[in-house]
Design a protein around this ligand. Structure first.
Ligand code: ADP
Ligand code: MG
Length: 297
Protein backbone atom coordinates (compact mmCIF):
# COMPACT_ATOMS: atom_id res chain seq x y z
CA UNK A 1 0.00 0.00 0.00
CA UNK A 2 1.36 3.44 -0.86
CA UNK A 3 2.38 5.55 2.14
CA UNK A 4 0.46 8.61 3.23
CA UNK A 5 2.51 11.52 1.86
CA UNK A 6 1.51 13.59 4.88
CA UNK A 7 3.22 11.10 7.15
CA UNK A 8 6.47 11.22 5.17
CA UNK A 9 6.30 15.01 4.99
CA UNK A 10 6.37 15.27 8.79
CA UNK A 11 9.81 13.66 8.84
CA UNK A 12 11.39 16.34 6.65
CA UNK A 13 13.53 19.29 7.71
CA UNK A 14 13.91 22.55 5.82
CA UNK A 15 17.26 21.26 4.58
CA UNK A 16 15.65 18.16 3.07
CA UNK A 17 13.08 20.33 1.33
CA UNK A 18 15.73 22.69 0.02
CA UNK A 19 17.58 19.83 -1.67
CA UNK A 20 14.31 18.49 -3.07
CA UNK A 21 13.53 21.90 -4.55
CA UNK A 22 16.90 21.99 -6.30
CA UNK A 23 16.18 18.61 -7.88
CA UNK A 24 12.76 19.87 -8.93
CA UNK A 25 14.25 22.95 -10.51
CA UNK A 26 16.44 20.86 -12.77
CA UNK A 27 14.18 17.90 -13.37
CA UNK A 28 13.19 19.01 -16.84
CA UNK A 29 16.79 19.53 -17.84
CA UNK A 30 18.31 16.29 -16.54
CA UNK A 31 16.79 12.88 -16.28
CA UNK A 32 18.98 12.51 -13.17
CA UNK A 33 20.23 15.77 -11.73
CA UNK A 34 24.03 15.41 -11.29
CA UNK A 35 25.29 15.47 -7.72
CA UNK A 36 27.61 18.43 -8.49
CA UNK A 37 24.67 20.50 -9.70
CA UNK A 38 22.76 19.71 -6.50
CA UNK A 39 25.75 20.62 -4.35
CA UNK A 40 26.48 23.90 -6.09
CA UNK A 41 22.84 25.03 -6.30
CA UNK A 42 21.90 24.11 -2.77
CA UNK A 43 24.84 26.09 -1.36
CA UNK A 44 25.45 23.48 1.27
CA UNK A 45 28.66 21.63 2.06
CA UNK A 46 29.21 18.30 0.28
CA UNK A 47 28.83 16.23 3.40
CA UNK A 48 25.46 17.73 4.31
CA UNK A 49 24.15 17.28 0.80
CA UNK A 50 25.20 13.62 0.79
CA UNK A 51 23.58 12.97 4.16
CA UNK A 52 20.39 14.67 3.03
CA UNK A 53 20.31 12.74 -0.23
CA UNK A 54 20.73 9.43 1.61
CA UNK A 55 17.81 10.30 3.84
CA UNK A 56 15.65 11.38 0.88
CA UNK A 57 16.61 8.26 -0.99
CA UNK A 58 15.75 6.04 2.01
CA UNK A 59 12.35 7.69 2.26
CA UNK A 60 11.91 7.13 -1.48
CA UNK A 61 11.53 10.81 -2.28
CA UNK A 62 14.36 10.64 -4.78
CA UNK A 63 15.95 7.88 -6.77
CA UNK A 64 19.70 7.56 -7.13
CA UNK A 65 21.45 6.78 -10.38
CA UNK A 66 24.99 5.47 -10.39
CA UNK A 67 26.59 5.09 -13.76
CA UNK A 68 28.91 7.32 -15.68
CA UNK A 69 27.92 9.96 -13.11
CA UNK A 70 25.91 10.11 -9.88
CA UNK A 71 22.55 11.80 -10.09
CA UNK A 72 19.12 11.92 -8.54
CA UNK A 73 15.60 12.25 -9.81
CA UNK A 74 12.38 13.16 -8.08
CA UNK A 75 9.77 10.49 -7.34
CA UNK A 76 6.04 11.08 -7.11
CA UNK A 77 6.31 10.95 -3.32
CA UNK A 78 9.02 13.63 -3.40
CA UNK A 79 6.80 15.80 -5.56
CA UNK A 80 3.90 15.20 -3.12
CA UNK A 81 6.05 16.50 -0.25
CA UNK A 82 7.04 19.66 -2.13
CA UNK A 83 3.39 20.39 -2.86
CA UNK A 84 2.36 19.79 0.76
CA UNK A 85 5.14 22.05 2.01
CA UNK A 86 4.04 24.84 -0.31
CA UNK A 87 0.35 24.48 0.59
CA UNK A 88 1.15 24.51 4.30
CA UNK A 89 3.37 27.59 3.97
CA UNK A 90 0.69 29.40 2.00
CA UNK A 91 -1.87 28.64 4.74
CA UNK A 92 -4.09 26.55 2.51
CA UNK A 93 -3.53 23.24 4.29
CA UNK A 94 -3.07 22.80 8.02
CA UNK A 95 -3.14 19.01 8.30
CA UNK A 96 -3.53 15.98 6.09
CA UNK A 97 -5.79 13.21 7.29
CA UNK A 98 -6.88 9.79 6.09
CA UNK A 99 -7.34 8.73 2.53
CA UNK A 100 -10.74 9.54 1.11
CA UNK A 101 -10.48 7.46 -1.98
CA UNK A 102 -8.40 6.22 -4.81
CA UNK A 103 -9.66 7.16 -8.19
CA UNK A 104 -8.45 6.22 -11.61
CA UNK A 105 -6.17 9.19 -11.87
CA UNK A 106 -5.98 10.70 -8.39
CA UNK A 107 -5.50 9.96 -4.68
CA UNK A 108 -7.73 12.01 -2.41
CA UNK A 109 -7.11 12.80 1.25
CA UNK A 110 -9.22 14.47 3.83
CA UNK A 111 -7.57 17.45 5.49
CA UNK A 112 -8.03 20.47 7.70
CA UNK A 113 -7.58 24.11 6.76
CA UNK A 114 -5.90 26.59 9.13
CA UNK A 115 -9.42 27.76 10.05
CA UNK A 116 -10.42 24.21 10.96
CA UNK A 117 -12.59 23.58 7.93
CA UNK A 118 -12.73 20.15 6.34
CA UNK A 119 -10.90 20.13 3.03
CA UNK A 120 -10.12 17.63 0.29
CA UNK A 121 -6.57 17.35 -1.02
CA UNK A 122 -6.48 15.79 -4.47
CA UNK A 123 -3.15 14.43 -5.71
CA UNK A 124 -3.35 14.03 -9.47
CA UNK A 125 -1.73 10.87 -10.83
CA UNK A 126 -2.06 11.10 -14.58
CA UNK A 127 -1.43 7.93 -16.50
CA UNK A 128 -0.93 5.91 -13.34
CA UNK A 129 -2.43 2.82 -14.87
CA UNK A 130 -0.43 3.02 -18.04
CA UNK A 131 2.67 3.94 -16.03
CA UNK A 132 2.29 0.76 -13.99
CA UNK A 133 2.09 -1.24 -17.18
CA UNK A 134 5.21 0.41 -18.45
CA UNK A 135 6.96 -0.33 -15.19
CA UNK A 136 5.93 -3.96 -15.34
CA UNK A 137 7.43 -4.22 -18.77
CA UNK A 138 10.56 -2.54 -17.42
CA UNK A 139 10.87 -0.47 -20.55
CA UNK A 140 11.44 3.25 -20.30
CA UNK A 141 10.25 3.07 -16.70
CA UNK A 142 12.77 5.63 -15.52
CA UNK A 143 12.04 8.22 -18.18
CA UNK A 144 8.34 7.83 -17.65
CA UNK A 145 8.17 9.12 -14.10
CA UNK A 146 9.30 12.70 -14.61
CA UNK A 147 6.93 13.28 -17.51
CA UNK A 148 4.28 11.67 -15.33
CA UNK A 149 4.90 14.36 -12.70
CA UNK A 150 4.69 17.13 -15.24
CA UNK A 151 1.53 15.79 -16.80
CA UNK A 152 -0.05 15.44 -13.38
CA UNK A 153 0.76 19.07 -12.61
CA UNK A 154 -0.84 20.18 -15.89
CA UNK A 155 -3.93 18.16 -15.04
CA UNK A 156 -4.18 19.80 -11.59
CA UNK A 157 -3.71 23.23 -13.09
CA UNK A 158 -6.54 22.58 -15.54
CA UNK A 159 -8.87 21.33 -12.83
CA UNK A 160 -8.11 24.29 -10.57
CA UNK A 161 -8.72 26.75 -13.38
CA UNK A 162 -12.01 25.09 -14.31
CA UNK A 163 -13.19 25.15 -10.68
CA UNK A 164 -12.40 28.85 -10.32
CA UNK A 165 -14.17 29.80 -13.54
CA UNK A 166 -17.14 27.57 -12.74
CA UNK A 167 -17.52 29.02 -9.27
CA UNK A 168 -17.65 32.53 -10.74
CA UNK A 169 -20.37 31.42 -13.16
CA UNK A 170 -22.35 29.77 -10.35
CA UNK A 171 -21.85 26.26 -11.67
CA UNK A 172 -22.29 23.95 -8.67
CA UNK A 173 -18.72 22.80 -7.94
CA UNK A 174 -16.60 22.31 -4.80
CA UNK A 175 -14.97 25.61 -3.84
CA UNK A 176 -11.31 25.58 -4.93
CA UNK A 177 -8.92 26.73 -2.19
CA UNK A 178 -5.50 26.40 -3.77
CA UNK A 179 -3.16 24.46 -6.00
CA UNK A 180 0.48 23.52 -5.91
CA UNK A 181 2.14 21.45 -8.60
CA UNK A 182 -0.05 18.33 -9.09
CA UNK A 183 -2.24 18.94 -6.04
CA UNK A 184 -5.62 20.67 -5.87
CA UNK A 185 -7.25 21.64 -2.58
CA UNK A 186 -10.97 22.21 -2.35
CA UNK A 187 -13.72 22.42 0.20
CA UNK A 188 -15.04 19.12 1.45
CA UNK A 189 -18.58 18.30 0.45
CA UNK A 190 -20.65 16.65 3.08
CA UNK A 191 -22.40 14.33 0.72
CA UNK A 192 -22.39 11.09 -1.23
CA UNK A 193 -22.01 10.21 -4.86
CA UNK A 194 -25.19 10.46 -6.87
CA UNK A 195 -24.71 6.78 -7.68
CA UNK A 196 -25.10 5.86 -4.00
CA UNK A 197 -27.69 8.43 -2.97
CA UNK A 198 -30.89 6.83 -1.78
CA UNK A 199 -34.29 8.19 -2.62
CA UNK A 200 -34.02 11.84 -3.51
CA UNK A 201 -37.09 13.80 -2.44
CA UNK A 202 -37.28 15.40 -5.85
CA UNK A 203 -35.17 13.68 -8.51
CA UNK A 204 -36.54 15.80 -11.34
CA UNK A 205 -35.49 18.97 -9.56
CA UNK A 206 -32.07 17.46 -8.96
CA UNK A 207 -31.63 16.72 -12.66
CA UNK A 208 -32.72 20.26 -13.54
CA UNK A 209 -30.08 21.65 -11.18
CA UNK A 210 -27.43 19.48 -12.84
CA UNK A 211 -28.52 20.63 -16.29
CA UNK A 212 -28.46 24.23 -15.08
CA UNK A 213 -24.81 23.70 -14.07
CA UNK A 214 -23.95 22.07 -17.42
CA UNK A 215 -25.59 25.02 -19.18
CA UNK A 216 -23.71 27.62 -17.15
CA UNK A 217 -20.41 25.83 -17.74
CA UNK A 218 -21.10 25.75 -21.48
CA UNK A 219 -22.67 29.15 -22.08
CA UNK A 220 -20.85 31.29 -19.50
CA UNK A 221 -17.49 29.58 -18.92
CA UNK A 222 -17.38 28.02 -22.38
CA UNK A 223 -16.42 24.49 -21.34
CA UNK A 224 -17.77 20.94 -21.37
CA UNK A 225 -17.13 18.67 -18.37
CA UNK A 226 -16.47 15.64 -20.55
CA UNK A 227 -16.85 12.91 -17.92
CA UNK A 228 -20.22 13.62 -16.40
CA UNK A 229 -22.06 10.70 -14.85
CA UNK A 230 -23.48 9.53 -11.54
CA UNK A 231 -19.83 8.91 -10.51
CA UNK A 232 -18.86 12.57 -10.80
CA UNK A 233 -21.84 14.20 -9.13
CA UNK A 234 -22.04 14.44 -5.35
CA UNK A 235 -25.28 15.13 -3.52
CA UNK A 236 -25.08 17.36 -0.46
CA UNK A 237 -26.76 15.64 2.45
CA UNK A 238 -28.35 18.74 3.99
CA UNK A 239 -29.84 20.40 0.90
CA UNK A 240 -29.89 17.57 -1.66
CA UNK A 241 -27.99 19.89 -3.96
CA UNK A 242 -25.98 18.20 -6.75
CA UNK A 243 -22.31 19.24 -7.02
CA UNK A 244 -20.28 18.49 -10.16
CA UNK A 245 -16.78 17.18 -9.34
CA UNK A 246 -13.70 15.95 -11.25
CA UNK A 247 -12.94 18.52 -13.95
CA UNK A 248 -9.39 17.97 -15.32
CA UNK A 249 -10.56 16.46 -18.61
CA UNK A 250 -12.87 19.35 -19.56
CA UNK A 251 -12.67 20.70 -23.08
CA UNK A 252 -13.29 24.14 -24.43
CA UNK A 253 -16.47 24.83 -26.38
CA UNK A 254 -14.41 25.41 -29.53
CA UNK A 255 -12.63 22.06 -29.26
CA UNK A 256 -13.59 19.67 -32.11
CA UNK A 257 -14.76 17.03 -29.59
CA UNK A 258 -16.88 19.48 -27.57
CA UNK A 259 -20.23 18.78 -29.32
CA UNK A 260 -19.86 15.01 -28.95
CA UNK A 261 -18.74 15.25 -25.32
CA UNK A 262 -21.58 17.60 -24.42
CA UNK A 263 -24.04 15.22 -26.00
CA UNK A 264 -22.53 12.29 -24.14
CA UNK A 265 -22.55 14.13 -20.80
CA UNK A 266 -26.21 15.04 -21.20
CA UNK A 267 -27.16 11.57 -22.42
CA UNK A 268 -25.46 9.84 -19.48
CA UNK A 269 -26.99 12.03 -16.85
CA UNK A 270 -30.53 12.14 -18.25
CA UNK A 271 -30.24 8.39 -18.90
CA UNK A 272 -29.35 7.76 -15.27
CA UNK A 273 -32.34 9.75 -13.97
CA UNK A 274 -34.62 8.04 -16.44
CA UNK A 275 -33.46 4.52 -15.54
CA UNK A 276 -33.33 5.02 -11.81
CA UNK A 277 -36.07 7.56 -11.09
CA UNK A 278 -38.21 7.54 -14.26
CA UNK A 279 -37.59 11.24 -14.78
CA UNK A 280 -38.78 12.06 -18.26
CA UNK A 281 -36.77 14.93 -19.61
CA UNK A 282 -36.00 14.15 -23.27
CA UNK A 283 -32.32 14.25 -24.24
CA UNK A 284 -32.98 16.51 -27.21
CA UNK A 285 -34.72 19.10 -25.06
CA UNK A 286 -32.01 18.87 -22.41
CA UNK A 287 -29.35 19.41 -25.07
CA UNK A 288 -31.07 22.48 -26.46
CA UNK A 289 -31.32 23.80 -22.94
CA UNK A 290 -27.67 23.34 -22.05
CA UNK A 291 -26.58 24.89 -25.35
CA UNK A 292 -28.67 27.93 -24.48
CA UNK A 293 -31.03 27.46 -27.43
CA UNK A 294 -34.12 27.37 -25.22
CA UNK A 295 -34.65 29.09 -21.89
CA UNK A 296 -36.59 26.43 -20.01
CA UNK A 297 -37.13 22.72 -19.76
N1 ADP B 1 -14.82 18.01 -2.65
C1 ADP B 1 -15.06 16.75 -2.28
N2 ADP B 1 -15.68 16.48 -1.11
C2 ADP B 1 -15.93 15.22 -0.72
N3 ADP B 1 -15.60 14.13 -1.44
C3 ADP B 1 -14.98 14.31 -2.62
C4 ADP B 1 -14.69 15.63 -3.10
N4 ADP B 1 -14.07 15.51 -4.30
C5 ADP B 1 -13.98 14.19 -4.55
N5 ADP B 1 -14.52 13.45 -3.56
C6 ADP B 1 -14.60 11.96 -3.49
O1 ADP B 1 -13.43 11.40 -4.08
C7 ADP B 1 -13.77 10.60 -5.21
C8 ADP B 1 -12.77 10.77 -6.35
O2 ADP B 1 -12.72 12.13 -6.75
P1 ADP B 1 -12.69 12.60 -8.27
O3 ADP B 1 -12.46 14.08 -8.27
O4 ADP B 1 -13.89 12.09 -8.97
O5 ADP B 1 -11.37 11.92 -8.83
P2 ADP B 1 -11.11 10.63 -9.77
O6 ADP B 1 -12.43 10.09 -10.21
O7 ADP B 1 -10.29 11.15 -10.90
O8 ADP B 1 -10.35 9.76 -8.88
C9 ADP B 1 -15.17 11.02 -5.58
O9 ADP B 1 -15.86 9.97 -6.18
C10 ADP B 1 -15.78 11.41 -4.26
O10 ADP B 1 -16.28 10.28 -3.58
MG1 MG C 1 -14.26 10.88 -10.61
Amino acid sequence: MPVNPGYVFKQLTSRDLKVLRVIEKFMKKYEYVPLEVIVSKSRMIDKDVSLTLSKLSGLKLVKRYRGDYTGYRMTMLGYDCLAIDDLVKRNIVYALGPKLGVGKEADLYLGLSPTNEKIVVKFHRVGRTSFRQVKRLRVYAEEAEVSWLIRSAISAEREFKALIECLKAKVRVPKPLGRSRHVVVMKHINGVLLLKYRKPLNPEHMLRLILDSVRRAYTIVGIVHGDLSEYNVMVKLDTEEPILIDWPQYVEKEHPSAPILLERDVKYITGFFKRKYSVKIPVEEALKYVRGEIEKI
